[in-house]
Each structure stands twice: as structure tokens, then as C-alpha cells.
Design a protein around this ligand. Structure first.
Ligand code: CMX
Length: 471
């Protein structure tokens, strides 16, 4: 386990937890009765330490800003704090210091299950501590208790036309849930700044708890004539979600657990996380903030890419008159797509420079459960040829597959063929990271975000004055 040298407060806590062995473990188990008090204890110390750190190092330089970064989507420009996860360009995502393969071993699993329970990754992201089995059981039960969705939310979904994209329906449903915000109602009555985090914690827990019910309602409304399935009692978050969608199958539950864990967070700068954080910085509650994040996730360069991958494969098959394309045919279709000025969905990344470990985790799942699946074989053939083609295009920084290149194939294998629903699943998972961080940000008292912006005239004047002073 990689805990020898703690690099920050959260890692230090983890180190203490493990080096103190059983005493700490049992202490944590009793604390698991209240995740909120555990979070409160950790965040109070952390917020005080961070405040001091900033005060002592206020002028520490973290980098320089270039013109190409300002025009280039602010890539590589450090501008925000995210505690829940950190993305390494070569190695991929680490949640509170742990990689996906490490978490597959370390996070608690369901009985008879091999995949981590997403309850565990939420616990880890929020507190910085690896949960015990008791901790995740506590969270499953807590989310079940909080999962009741008010009737008017279903009416909002029902009012949407059949052709409304499932992401439109999900974002609108999350906004409709805003009536339940404890933060909004407490703020209206008058809330001391130091107590902001408390209703934010409650809102985040309630929203996460309700999302599977809302998402599965959209699924059954869109594709099963609104024939709804009632939730299970005593199930974990993922298997209950699969059940409400209509899948009572061990493998689908396992896939859902894996899927909802690996999509949970990707540090702070990606569009869904950043949008949630930005809107939250105006003290908007969790519902407003997360709905904004979902709107960003619905873009084809971000979360919607998972549906685009399958649409691209279907277009390819249509062009060939059906059947499995050969590698040569894939190569031709890639060139055709590029020549039409389109992107190859599921490939490339703003930060990653290697194959996404979330792609690899899904490929491993497929090799175990569906080694002969037709769509998976196409995905693997695409993986064999696309990186080589994209590497020949100079402007493309990363020719390797991202998380979205594989996810659709796994879902289709189990009968979840409605590809415009795929991003909804991504959205349900993404709630875990962005809402954990929103609660942390609120507890730290992070201020409203207000970066500066400039005009091109301002830049021209700056260039002119720099040239004059250099002469
Ligand atoms: N196919 C074709 N061209 C691509 C490409 C791809 N897969 N990836 C990057 N490029 C192009 C960009 O469009 C850009 O072209 P222009 O300069 O003409 O606009 C150029 O290469 C440089 O891009 P980059 O610096 O390598 O990558 P960006 O940070 O600008 O963009 C991303 C990153 C993900 C938007 C881009 O790789 C892409 O569009 N990929 C396909 C869509 C996709 O899979 N998105 C999902 C990402 C994961 C997620 O968030 O869910």
C-alpha cells in the first residue's frame, strides 16, 4: 500500500489510520455511524491548516500564464483546488492518491461481488479515508433512506416530449428536485457562514440518493412505455439502480458498480466538475450546481462521447451494409471521418497522454465476462488501429482511447442498447465526485470564482508596449 510518505493532510490522516492498526479501525467503525461527524472533524482541521498554509505562502508562484493557454481552453493553467482526485497525464486518475487498480483491491465489495462499491469511493473522496465494509453498508442504507423522490419531479419528466434527450430530462429533473434544498431554505432563514457545509452535506447526500430513482424513471419512461419498477429494499446503490432499470442480473449489478465507480471524478478542471464548482461558488445549492455540471457533461466533447462512439460504429456498419468491419475498413472510415472535419469519438484527452486506465478497467471486465462479444471485438479492433493513425496528425496531443471508447459496448452486451441514455449513467456516477468536492469547498469557505478576462485589443496593446520596451 502506498502510504509510506504522506504528502498532504489527507494522506497523513490515512497514514495514521493504518499505522494505528486495529484500534483506529474499530474507532472508525463506530464513527461510521455518522459520516457527517467524521467529515466535520476532518474538514475543520483541514480548513484551518489550509488557511494557515495560504497565509504563510500567499505569494508562492504556481506557474506562468501564456497567451496560447488563454486562447487554448486554459489547459495546464492551475486555477482551482480539488481534493477528491488528481489526474496524472501518463498514469491516469488517482482518487485521494489511489489508482483504479489499487482501488479495485482496496474498496469494499458486495457479497459475491468483485467490483468496488461506489459508496466506498464517495466515502474516500469526501473524507480521505478508505472505508470499511461497515462504512459502505452504512452509506447504502443511508442513501436508501434518503431516496424518496417527490411526485412533482416525475411530473416534470412526464411533461417532456418523447424526443427530449435523456440528459435534458435528467438535468431538468435535478432542477425540479431543487425544491428540496436544505441549503436554500436554511440560507433564506439566515445561516452563519461557518455552518454552510452542513446543509450542503445533506443536499449532496439526498441528491446522490435520489439520482438512481430519477435516472431509471427516465429510462423506463423513454423506452418501456413508462412501465416503472419500484426500488428494492436493502440493496446497494448500484444494484438497486440496475433493478429499477429492469436488470436483476448479478453481472449487470457488477458492471454498474464498476461503471459508477470509475466515472465518479477526474480532478477539477473537466467541464462537468468545473461547471458544478463554478456555479456552486456563487452559493448556489447542490441541485443548481449539479444540474449545471450535467449540462456540461451532455456535450459531445465530454460525456456525450460515450453515445457518439456507438453512433460512429453504427454509421460504419451501415455504410458496410451491416456485419463486423475489418481493421482495413475501420482505417478507411477513420480517414473518412477525419476528412469530413469530425473527431473520432472516444479518442484523445485534454490532460491524459496514455490509454485511459478507465478504458483498461472496462476492457478487463469485458475480457472476463464477454470475451466473444461482437461490439467489444470492434472496440478492440478500433483500439488496434486508431492510435497509430491519430499519432500521425501533429496537432493531436493524445491518440489514445479515453473512458468513453469502451463503456457503450459493455452496456449493449447486457441489453442496454439505447445509446442516448449512456451519458445519464455517466452523470449519476459523476455526482459522487463533484458533490463530495462541493461539500468540501463549502466547508473550506472557498470564495466566489471570478477570473479575469481580456479583449484581443488589450492583447495587441500589451504586445505593442512589450515590443517598445524591448527596443
Ligand atoms: N479526433 C480527431 N481530432 C482530434 C481528436 C480526435 N479524437 N482529438 C483531438 N483532435 C484535434 C482537436 O479537435 C484539435 O483540432 P483543432 O485544433 O483543429 O480544433 C486538435 O486535435 C488538438 O486537440 P488536443 O489538444 O489534442 O485536444 P483538446 O484538449 O483540444 O481536446 C478532446 C480534447 C477530448 C475534446 C478531443 O481529444 C476530442 O475531441 N476527442 C473526441 C471526443 C471525446 O472522445 N471526448 C471525450 C473525452 C473524455 C470525457 O470527457 O468524457
Amino acid at each position: 500500500m502506498k502510504l509510506k510518505s504522506a504528502k498532504n493532510y489527507w494522506e497523513m490522516e490515512q497514514l495514521n489510520h493504518y499505522t494505528c492498526g486495529n484500534i483506529k479501525n474499530s474507532a472508525l467503525q463506530s464513527m461510521s455511524l455518522s459520516l457527517k461527524s467524521l467529515f466535520s472533524e476532518k474538514i475543520t482541521t483541514y480548513a484551518a491548516e489550509t488557511k494557515q498554509l495560504v497565509a504563510d505562502n500567499a505569494n508562492l508562484k504556481l506557474g506562468e500564464i501564456t497567451l496560447s493557454q488563454v486562447f487554448g481552453g486554459m489547459k495546464g493553467m492551475v486555477g482551482m483546488i480539488t481534493e477528491t482526485s488528481k489526474l496524472d497525464p501518463e498514469e491516469g486518475i488517482r482518487f485521494r492518491g489511489y489508482s483504479i487498480p489499487e482501488l479495485k483491491n482496496l474498496l469494499p465489495k458486495a457479497e459475491n461481488g468483485n467490483e468496488p462499491l461506489p459508496e466506498g469511493i464517495f466515502f474516500l473522496m469526501l473524507t480521505g479515508i478508505l472505508p470499511t465494509e461497515e462504512d459502505v453498508k452504512f452509506l447504502s442504507a443511508e442513501w436508501e433512506k434518503r431516496s424518496v423522490v417527490p411526485d412533482h419531479v416525475f411530473k416534470v419528466i412526464d411533461a417532456m416530449p418523447a424526443h427530449a434527450h435523456p440528459m435534458t430530462q435528467l438535468s431538468a429533473a435535478v432542477l425540479a428536485l431543487e425544491t428540496e434544498s436544505e441549503f436554500a431554505s436554511k440560507y433564506e432563514k439566515g445561516l452563519n457562514k461557518k455552518d454552510y457545509w452542513d446543509p450542503m452535506f445533506e443536499d449532496s447526500m439526498n441528491l446522490i440518493a435520489r439520482l438512481p430513482r430519477v435516472a431509471s424513471y427516465i429510462y423506463r419512461k423513454c423506452y418501456f412505455n413508462n412501465n416503472q419498477i419500484e426500488p428494492l429494499k436493502g440493496a446497494d446503490w448500484s444494484s438497486n439502480f440496475a433493478h429499477m432499470m429492469g436488470f436483476d442480473n448479478h453481472e449487470v449489478s457488477e458492471l454498474m458498480r464498476l461503471y459508477l465507480t470509475i466515472h465518479a471524478d477526474h480532478e477539477g478542471g473537466n467541464v462537468s466538475a468545473h461547471a458544478t464548482h463554478l456555479v456552486g461558488s456563487a452559493l448556489s445549492d447542490a441541485y443548481f450546481s449539479f444540474s449545471a455540471g450535467l449540462n456540461g457533461l451532455a456535450g459531445p466533447l465530454h460525456g456525450l462521447a460515450n453515445q457518439e462512439v456507438i453512433r460512429w460504429i453504427l454509421d460504419l456498419q451501415k455504410e458496410l451494409g451491416g456485419g463486423a468491419p475489418s481493421k482495413e475498413q475501420i482505417v478507411q472510415f477513420v480517414h473518412k471521418t477525419l476528412s469530413e472535419g469530425k473527431v473520432i469519438p472516444g479518442y484523445g484527452h485534454a490532460v491524459l497522454r496514455k490509454t485511459d486506465p478507465r478504458f483498461t478497467a472496462q476492457m478487463e471486465f469485458a475480457k472476463k465476462y464477454m470475451p466473444d462479444d461482437d461490439i467489444c471485438s470492434i472496440i478492440w479492433n478500433i483500439y488496434d488501429v486508431v492510435p497509430e493513425i491519430l499519432s500521425t496528425i501533429k496537432k493531436i496531443q493524445n491518440p489514445w482511447p479515453n473512458v468513453d471508447a469502451h463503456s457503450g459496448a459493455l452496456l449493449i452486451h447486457y441489453g442496454i442498447k439505447q445509446y442516448d441514455f449512456f451519458t445519464v449513467l455517466f452523470g449519476v456516477s459523476r455526482s459522487l465526485g463533484v458533490l463530495a468536492q462541493l461539500t468540501i469547498s463549502r466547508a473550506m469557505g472557498l470564495p466566489i470564482e471570478r477570473p479575469g478576462s481580456i479583449t484581443s485589443t488589450w492583447i495587441k496593446n500589451k504586445v505593442a508596449s512589450t515590443q517598445i520596451s524591448e527596443k
